[in-house]
Write a protein that binds this ligand. Structure first.
Ligand SMILES: *Cc1c(COP(=O)(O)O)cnc(C)c1O
Length: 428
């Protein structure tokens, strides 16, 4: 496989862009010496600038649920662009997309559009703090909620000690207001609330963790968050930027039957354009400016191109609910194939999957939280990643990411992937 042009393009990019990329994981630092530069994508396939073709399981990190260059989405964007890319004034598609989200997701009564998942979660925790008049936010170790200061906090040394900044440049004092608990640990959650429940503004959680590899919620975990928030007057924020409209038509909230106060969205609702949103209970959402005292704004929020793309994608999903059955089927098929490939090669793996999200962990312990995820053999993953890439399978370049299956992946694509895994597992 020749990737000379990508190699050169990366050298060139590094001259003008920090690390050559606009989002760190794209640099392939954990798996190789240079990323692939992509020229185009279609359905389940992406093509690099050297002309190589791959079956894509990154799907732009989640948004491309219908596959790449989905015709109705592309047409909608083209039509919107003809009418000018931005007005900075209300347009009808904003209401249509908001209504579409409210119609599909139970409990979302009002929704505010922003430009990224980061903005959605940042705004949601500000809203939780403003609404409750409290400061403390609870998050879980290994969950990623974008890169706002309050959420770039890693766990402290003890169970109920406050965390510390996980990035330079975050004011150290801010860590005092973010409590980081182990994912799936109901006991830790109960202890935190019994100790400081009246100070907790809100709890933010990935209802299916996807940013430490895929980790499903343990029985009762989400329900306990919901109950403790209700009992203590705290705001329950489900960060569904990844899971929204993916793990079920109404996301993880629908799948697990929970009712968060606020849900954050991104990725899929933008159809590949930069969009985020947060929505939920009317009385809480009315706390946002201009109806309430919590300020939040955006020059390009509700952008006509982005709204058109999102609306086209969500409309397609709404009109074709069988897509979710197909995604589950494809996920189960791939999971079975990969499990058998690992067994045939005597490689210890744990495969976690929820619908079309899946991770292969190279470990012999069940992966249920950040600590167990970290037991995975990163060197083995690196060899697996490269062996798969050489066979035309494009996986996320990190052990701690999900495989994203789209509706465009065919049985033939999955079989090719499983065959590649049989060979790759033997090589590593
Ligand atoms: C991707 C992601 C974010 C951040 O979204 P951006 O659009 O990258 O800012 C937040 N939360 C979760 C769960 C995500 O997967």
């Amino acid at each position: 496989m020749n990737t000379q042009k990508s190699k050169f393009a990366f050298e060139e990019a590094k001259k003008y862009i920090p690390g050559g990329v606009n989002s760190p994981v794209r640099a392939f630092s954990n798996v190789g010496d240079h990323p692939l530069f992509i020229s185009r994508a279609d359905g389940s396939r992406i093509f690099d600038i050297d002309g190589n073709e791959y079956i894509d399981y990154v799907g732009s990190w989640g948004p491309m649920l219908l596959g790449h260059a989905y015709k109705k989405v592309v047409e909608a964007v083209k039509a919107a662009a003809e009418g000018s890319p931005s007005f900075g004034a209300p347009c009808l598609d904003e209401t249509r997309l908001a209504k579409c989200i409210c119609d599909i997701v139970d409990g979302v009564e009002l929704v505010r559009m922003v430009n990224s998942g980061t903005e959605a979660t940042m705004s949601a925790i500000r809203l939780a703090r403003g609404f409750t008049g409290r400061d403390i936010i609870v998050k879980f170790e290994g969950c990623y909620h974008g890169h706002s200061d309050s959420l770039l906090i890693k766990a402290g040394s003890g169970a109920l000690t406050f965390g510390s900044a996980s990035s330079a440049g975050v004011v150290a004092e801010l860590a005092k207001y973010t409590l980081v608990l182990p994912y799936n640990d109901i006991g830790a959650l109960e202890a935190a609330f019994s100790q400081m429940g009246e100070k907790i503004a809100g709890v933010i959680v990935e209802p299916v963790a996807g940013n430490m590899g895929v980790i499903p919620p343990a029985d009762g975990f989400l329900r306990t968050i919901e109950r403790l928030c209700r009992e203590n007057g705290s705001v329950f924020i489900a960060d569904e930027v990844m899971t929204g409209f993916r793990v079920s038509p109404s996301g993880a909230a629908g799948l697990y039957g929970i009712k968060p106060d606020i849900i954050t969205f991104g990725k899929i609702i933008g159809g590949g354009l930069p969009v985020g949103a947060y929505g939920g209970r009317r009385d809480i959402m009315e706390y946002i400016s201009p109806t309430g005292p919590v300020y939040q704004a955006g020059t390009l929020s509700g952008n006509p191109l982005a709204m058109a793309a999102g609306l086209a994608q969500l409309t397609e999903l709404k009109e074709n609910p069988h897509i979710y059955g197909k995604l589950e089927e494809s996920g189960a098929y791939l999971e079975k194939g990969l499990t058998e490939a690992a067994e045939a090669a005597c490689v210890d793996v744990r495969i976690n999957r929820v619908g079309s999200m899946l991770s292969v962990f190279f470990t012999d312990v069940d992966v249920t939280d950040f600590n167990t995820a970290c037991r995975s053999d990163a060197e083995k993953f690196k060899r697996y990643f490269n062996a798969m890439l050489r066979r035309g399978i494009y996986l996320a370049p990190s052990q701690f990411e999900s495989v994203f299956i789209s509706a465009a992946h065919t049985r033939e694509d999955l079989d090719k992937t499983i065959n590649a895994a049989y060979e790759s597992m033997r090589e590593i």
